[in-house]
Design a protein around this ligand. Structure first.
Ligand code: UD1
Length: 344
């Protein structure tokens, strides 16, 4: 049974990925400083899978602490690195915090991968690296544009660091570029738990529907799209999670041609903000209190994935629809309200 370190394993995508890994026979070690997550999510992981995960509450920016985990577990075959700050607005206000946290942690981890002979490294990147693309859908070869935020820059620089490092490393690497992860585990035992007011669309929708937010503001309806609102590729977090298991398997089976390969992870469908709202209304039966507001600065007009490479090479396919995303996110929001989750 291969042993994998998942950093940021208590976070939204990390926790769903741990479940998928456990369900596919991996042993998982979690590293998370819990600065923006709750270790209790691992209770939900245990409930879903019936398996336990050893958790280290340490900061990856501390090299000695990071090394100590690898020293204790000398048989780690792969690392999936999620741990990072991800709030776009905060990154604009505190760029150094973002560069320091997201880059030092990555460098420390790569040093450990090298020192302890770990074979596989999977990195959590983002479609934010494409900036405002000239044409859509974007393929992995679509040129990288200037990042719209320091957060986006950290993803671009991280990719560059890994690509350069991979050229002289014994390990094999994969960069996964996520589009818009959303939805929750179908059990409603885990889901997204935004800190403060949600910036992302789906939690903003469900929090409005439950009454935590008074109104959902649509950030602009005067874009050159079919209904004037921005287009994104919403991917269910469980579909995204499974892609990490497939990425590891792909490296284990030595199918990779390069020491660092890149995959888009999106459904290949672009939906507007208004379509997302209507999908929510349809599945939940709740009429959402929303209004059209001004554009949000830094928003890309339209982006969705060409996911041919992930389908053909990894054998990955999105199983959940936009409606599934909305219904699982809604069920999760209702459980949160009912006080039925490990976070309550
Ligand atoms: C954002 C980041 C992206 C990051 C991702 C991480 C930007 C430009 N991009 O993606 O780099 O990887 O978050 O979570 O910030 N919307 C509303 N009303 C709301 C919230 C959102 O209309 O209350 C709209 C947005 O304007 C956008 C769409 O919904 O058109 C999706 O927004 P969001 O969920 O924040 O994701 P991104 O902006 O695509």
């Amino acid at each position: 049974m291969a042993k994998i370190i998942v950093t940021g394993g208590c976070g939204y995508i990390g926790s769903h990925t741990i479940v998928d890994l456990l369900e596919h026979g991996y042993e998982v070690i979690c590293i998370d400083n819990n600065s923006r997550s709750h270790a209790t999510v691992l209770n939900a992981v245990e409930k879903i899978t019936g398996k336990t995960v050893k958790h280290y509450k340490i900061d990856l920016c501390n090299y000695e602490d990071t090394c100590a985990v690898f020293e204790e577990h000398t048989d780690i075959s792969g690392v999936i690195h999620f741990a990072a700050y991800k709030a776009v607005g905060e990154s604009v206000e505190q760029p150094l915090l973002y560069f320091e946290n997201n880059l030092i942690s990555l460098i420390n981890l790569l040093k450990c991968v090298d020192e302890f002979g770990v074979s596989h490294f999977v990195f959590s990147s983002s479609c934010t690296v494409y900036g405002n693309p000239d044409s859509i859908p974007v393929t992995e070869d679509t040129p990288i544009k200037k990042a719209e935020s320091p957060y986006g820059s950290t993803k671009q620089i991280s990719e560059q660091i890994i690509e350069d490092y991979a050229k002289n490393s014994a390990a094999e690497h994969i960069l996964l570029r996520y589009f818009n992860p959303a939805g929750a585990h179908p059990s409603a035992l885990m889901g997204e738990l935004p800190l403060g007011k949600p910036q992302n669309l789906v939690p903003a929708i469900t929090q409005t529907a439950i009454g935590k937010l008074e109104k959902l503001w649509v950030h602009g309806n005067d874009y050159p799209t079919r209904d004037g609102s921005c287009i994104r590729d919403y991917i269910h977090v469980c579909d995204l999670a499974h892609a990490h298991t497939l990425a590891l398997r792909y490296l284990e089976q030595e199918k990779n041609e390069k020491s660092c390969e890149i995959f888009n992870l999106g459904t290949g469908n672009g939906n507007t903000v208004l379509e997302a709202i209507h999908a929510f209304e349809k599945t939940s039966g709740v009429a959402l209190n929303y209004a059209i507001g001004p554009r949000r600065s830094g928003d890309v007009i339209a982006i969705y994935a060409n996911n041919d490479r992930a389908q053909k090479v990894l054998g990955w396919q999105a199983k959940y629809s936009l409606e599934d995303i909305m219904s699982t996110a809604w069920k999760w929001e209702q459980e949160l309200k009912a006080g039925q989750t490990v976070f309550n």
